[in-house]
Design a protein around this ligand. Structure first.
Ligand code: ADP
Ligand code: ZN
Ligand code: ZN
Length: 715
C-alpha cells in the first residue's frame, strides 16, 4: 500500500526489487505490506504485461481486472467460533467424573453429552463442533454454555472455514472412446509432439467433451494443471457436473458470479501446496496463478463472449490463453463445431495449428433435418401466426403431443423490444446515450442497456400526444406471450440476459428443462451454446434475418455459427432431430450452407471476401475511440487524428472518422477510427506508431482532456 496524494492509498504489486537511483519521480515509502508471501507468480506478471502491451491499455487496468478486490485490501478469512474440551477433560475418566458431578445441573450435563455426541468423541473424534451448532442442538440458553466454560470444561477457539467446497468424490471413470474419437485423440496427441496448438473441429455431439476429459486425465496424471475455458457462465453448469463426476475435488470453478472472498480463496489455493489441478472457468480464469500449467482447453473457441468489451483490458481470452500456454510451455486445444475464421485460417492456411476433424456424431445419430421457411412470402399472404409460420406451429403441436421438448431461438442483437408511437413514429431514447430504450414489459419500464437509466412508459407520446404507444420489434418476452396464446397448456421458460441475472437463475432454468419440468425453452444466444438435452426433437429459429442483416463483416460467419449451434441441440439421443429455419432470405447461399451443414463452403466464401476487403484474419483491426463531453471537440480531434494516421500509415490502412454503433454514452460523445494492419506486418511497430500519434494529438492544448482508448482485435 502506497500513499499517493494527501489522503489516498493505492495498492500496488511489487514487480521488481532493485538498486537503481530513481530519476524523474518522487519516491515514497510503502505504507504497509499486505502479503508476506508473493500473491502473484512471475508468469502472471509477464502475461499481464503482454496483455497491456498488446491490447494497448495501462498495466494497472490489467491488475485491476485480474486481482480480486480482497487481495488488494486486507483479506479476512471467514471465522467461526468452535468448541472443544479443555485439556483436563479430554480423558474418559475425567469426563465421567464431571458428568457425575453435574447430576444436579441437568442442563449442563445434557449439553456436555450433546457435545460428546456431535464431536463423535468416543468414536474416533473429536471432530469440529461450532458453538452455533451445539446451541442449536440444545434447547437451552447461552447461560448453560457459559457455565460449562466457567467450570473449565469447554473452551472456545476461532476456526477458519473454507468457502470452497472440498466435497465431491469421483463417482465414475472415463468413458471408452469409440473408434472415431480414439482416432481424433491420437491425432491431437500426435500434433502435440511437434506443435503447441491444435484445433478440434467436431460436429455437435461428436464427443469433443469426452475427448477433453481423456486429455485432462492424462495431463493431471503427469502432475500438470489444466485450464478449461468456457465462454459463458450458463455453460459451466452442465460441464461442471460432467467433469465433477470424473475428477471430483481436483477441480475448481472460477467465474465472476463468485463472491470476492470466494475468488480470493481459490486464488490462494492455487498459490498453495495443494492447488486445484483443474480450473474450469470463464475468461477471467486466465488471470489466476498456475504453478505448473500443462494444458489449456478453449471450448467453443469461436465464441465472441471470449472478448471483453468494456472496460479495459479489452482482451480476448482465447488469444490470451494461447499466449499464457506458450509462457508455460503448455499445449492448447481449441474445440468447436464451428471454428472461427481466425482459427480455421491458422489451421489450414498458415499451418500454425494442427487440425483434427470429427465429422460423425456419437452413435452415428444423424445431424438434424433443417427445413427453411420463407416468412417474407407468408407475411405477404398474411399467413403467419405472429412470429410463427404454419409449419413451425404444426411441428410444435406434434412435438408437444408426443411429450417432446422444444427449443426456440430468437436472436437478440439489434432487436431489443422498443416502444413506438403508432401515429408519429416517436421512439423513447436515453437522455445520456445515443440509443433507444428497451421496453421491459413485466415491470412496464424503459431501460437503457448501456448506462442503466430507467424511466416509466409515458401515457402519451411527447411528440404528438397520441395514446397509441405500442411495442415494436420483438424480444423473447413478446414471443413468450405469443406462445402462451398458441399453446396455453405448454410449460414455458425464457432464458436471456434479463432472466439470468442472479447467480443460480440459469442453473434453475437448465435443470428444470433437463428434468422435463418445462416443455418449451425460448431464449437468445444462451440457448445455442453447448447445452446437451436428451428429449429435444424440434428446434425453431424464429428469424434468421436479424443475424444476416447485422452491419458487420462477421455477420455471416456469426449467423452460421449460431444457426449450426442451435440446430445441434435437436435430436441428440434417439432419432433424427428437426429444425425449422424461418427467414426472408431462403435463397442466400449461407442458408443453403446451414441446411447442408456445409461449414467448409461457408468459411471458404467468407475468407475469400475477407482477403479482398482487408479484414481479419488477413488484417488486424484496431478501433480507436475518442471521447469527450463536447461534440465539437470530439469531432475535430477525430478528424485531425484520422488525418495524422493517414500520414503515418497510409490512406488504405485508415478508415475514419467512422460512425460508432452508439455515438454517445454517459453523456460523452464518441469518435471512432478504424486502423487495419496486415497480419504479416510488425504489430509491435504499428502500436508504437499509433501511440506516437496519440501523444502528438495530446500535445495540442485543445485536446488535452480528450480520452483516447483502443480496441485491438474487436469482435
Ligand atoms: P460434443 O462436446 O462434441 O458436443 P459430447 O461430448 O457432449 O459432444 O457428447 C454428446 C453425448 O454423447 C454426451 O451425452 C456424451 O456423454 C455422449 N458420448 C459421447 N462420446 C461417448 C462415449 N465414447 N461413450 C459414452 N458416451 C459418449
Ligand atoms: Zn407520436
Ligand atoms: Zn443510457
Amino acid at each position: 500500500m502506497v500513499p499517493l496524494g494527501k489522503k489516498k492509498h493505492y495498492t500496488g504489486i511489487v514487480d521488481r526489487v532493485h538498486h537503481e537511483t530513481p530519476e524523474g519521480y518522487e519516491v515514497k515509502y510503502a505504507f504497509a505490506l499486505l502479503e508476506d508471501q508473493p500473491a502473484v507468480l512471475p508468469q502472471q506478471l509477464k502475461l499481464w504485461e503482454w496483455i497491456a502491451d498488446y491490447y494497448m491499455c495501462a498495466r494497472g487496468d490489467v491488475y485491476n481486472a485480474a486481482v480480486p478486490a480482497g487481495l488488494k485490501l486486507e483479506y479476512k478469512p471467514k471465522v467461526e467460533t468452535h468448541v472443544r474440551l479443555t485439556k483436563s477433560y479430554r480423558t474418559e475418566e475425567a469426563l465421567q467424573q464431571m458428568l457425575d458431578s453435574l447430576k444436579r445441573a441437568n442442563k449442563q450435563q445434557d449439553m456436555l453429552l450433546t457435545y460428546l455426541q456431535l464431536s463423535s468423541f468416543f468414536e474416533g473424534g473429536p471432530s469440529e463442533v461450532s458453538k452455533q451448532d451445539l446451541l442449536a442442538h440444545h434447547n437451552t440458553s447461552v447461560a448453560v454454555f457459559d457455565a460449562l466454560v466457567k467450570r473449565g470444561v469447554f473452551e472456545t477457539y476461532p476456526y477458519v472455514i473454507s468457502r470452497l467446497s472440498e466435497k465431491g468424490r469421483p463417482v465414475s471413470g472415463l468413458k471408452t472412446l469409440n473408434a472415431n474419437q480414439q482416432r481424433a485423440l491420437g491425432e491431437i496427441k500426435q500434433y502435440f509432439e511437434s506443435q503447441s496448438v491444435c484445433l478440434l473441429y467436431g460436429v455437435t455431439s461428436s464427443g469433443k467433451t469426452e475427448i477433453y476429459i481423456h486429455l485432462i486425465e492424462e495431463t493431471i496424471r503427469q502432475g500438470k494443471q489444466v485450464l478449461y475455458l468456457l465462454p459463458e457462465i450458463a455453460l459451466t453448469t452442465q460441464i461442471t457436473e460432467r467433469l465433477k463426476r470424473v475428477f471430483g475435488a481436483e477441480m475448481g470453478i472460477y467465474h465472476s458470479r463468485f463472491s470476492d472472498p470466494e475468488r480470493v480463496e481459490i486464488w490462494n489455493k492455487q498459490l498453495s501446496d495443494n492447488p486445484y489441478l483443474i480450473i474450469l472457468g470463464v475468461r477471467s480464469s486466465v488471470f489466476l496463478p498456475y504453478q505448473n500449467l500443462g494444458l489449456v482447453i478453449v471450448d467453443e473457441e469461436h465464441d465472441s463472449s471470449y472478448k471483453q468489451q468494456d472496460p479495459a483490458p479489452r482482451y480476448h481470452a482465447r488469444n490470451t490463453a494461447l499466449m499464457m500456454a506458450s509462457l508455460y510451455g503448455a499445449k492448447t486445444l481449441l474445440g468447436t463445431a464451428t471454428p472461427s475464421a481466425e482459427s480455421w485460417y491458422n489451421a489450414t492456411d498458415t499451418g500454425k495449428y494442427g487440425l483434427v476433424i470429427l465429422k460423425e456424431r456419437y452413435q452415428e445419430i444423424q445431424l438434424p433435418e433443417i427445413i427453411p421457411v420463407d416468412i417474407k412470402e407468408l407475411n405477404r399472404k398474411k399467413m403467419m401466426y405472429g412470429h410463427f409460420s404454419p409449419l413451425l406451429k404444426e411441428k410444435m403441436e406434434e412435438a408437444l403431443n408426443r411429450n417432446e421438448q422444444i427449443i426456440l431461438f430468437q436472436n437478440r442483437r439489434g432487436f431489443a423490444p422498443m416502444i413506438e408511437c403508432h401515429d408519429c413514429g416517436w421512439v423513447p431514447r436515453c437522455v445520456h446515450c445515443d440509443v433507444s430504450l428497451t421496453y421491459h414489459k413485466h415491470t412496464n419500464k424503459l431501460v437503457c442497456h448501456y448506462c442503466g437509466y430507467t424511466t416509466s412508459v409515458p401515457q402519451n407520446c411527447p411528440e404528438c400526444g397520441s395514446q397509441d404507444l405500442r411495442d415494436r420489434g420483438f424480444g423473447t418476452e413478446k414471443v413468450e406471450d405469443e406462445i402462451r396464446e398458441l399453446f396455453p397448456h405448454a410449460r414455458l421458460a425464457r432464458m436471456d440476459l434479463d432472466t439470468t441475472r442472479s447467480k443460480t437463475a440459469h442453473e434453475r432454468i437448465i435443470n428444470d428443462f433437463e428434468k422435463g419440468k418445462t416443455d418449451i425453452l425460448i431464449g437468445t444466444q444462451m440457448v445455442t451454446k453447448g447445452l446437451d438435452f436428451d428429449h429435444v426433437h424440434l428446434v425453431g429459429i424464429l428469424n434468421a434475418d436479424t443475424m444476416l442483416n447485422y452491419p458487420d463483416f462477421r455477420a455471416f460467419e456469426r449467423a452460421y455459427q449460431l444457426m449450426a449451434q442451435v440446430a445441434g441441440r435437436a435430436g441428440r439421443k434417439g432419432n433424427r432431430g428437426l429444425v425449422v429455419l424461418q427467414t426472408g432470405h431462403v435463397d442466400y447461399p449461407i442458408i443453403k450452407n446451414v441446411i447442408n451443414n456445409d461449414f467448409e463452403s461457408m468459411i471458404h466464401a467468407q475468407l475469400a471476401e475477407r482477403q479482398v476487403c482487408h479484414f481479419p484474419p488477413y488484417y488486424r483491426l484496431v478501433y480507436i475511440y475518442i471521447k469527450h463531453r463536447q461534440q465539437r471537440l470530439t469531432e475535430s480531434m477525430t478528424a485531425l487524428m484520422t488525418a495524422q494516421l493517414i500520414k503515418v500509415f497510409g490512406a488504405e490502412r485508415v478508415n475514419g472518422p467512422m460512425q460508432p454503433v452508439v455515438s454517445r454514452v454517459h453523456s460523452l460523445h464518441i469518435g471512432m477510427i478504424m486502423l487495419k494492419i496486415e497480419s504479416t506486418a510488425s504489430f509491435v511497430q504499428a502500436r508504437k506508431l499509433l501511440l506516437q500519434v496519440e501523444q502528438l494529438m495530446h500535445q495540442d492544448a485543445r485536446f488535452k482532456s480528450l480520452q483516447v482508448y483502443y480496441d485491438v482485435d474487436p469482435v
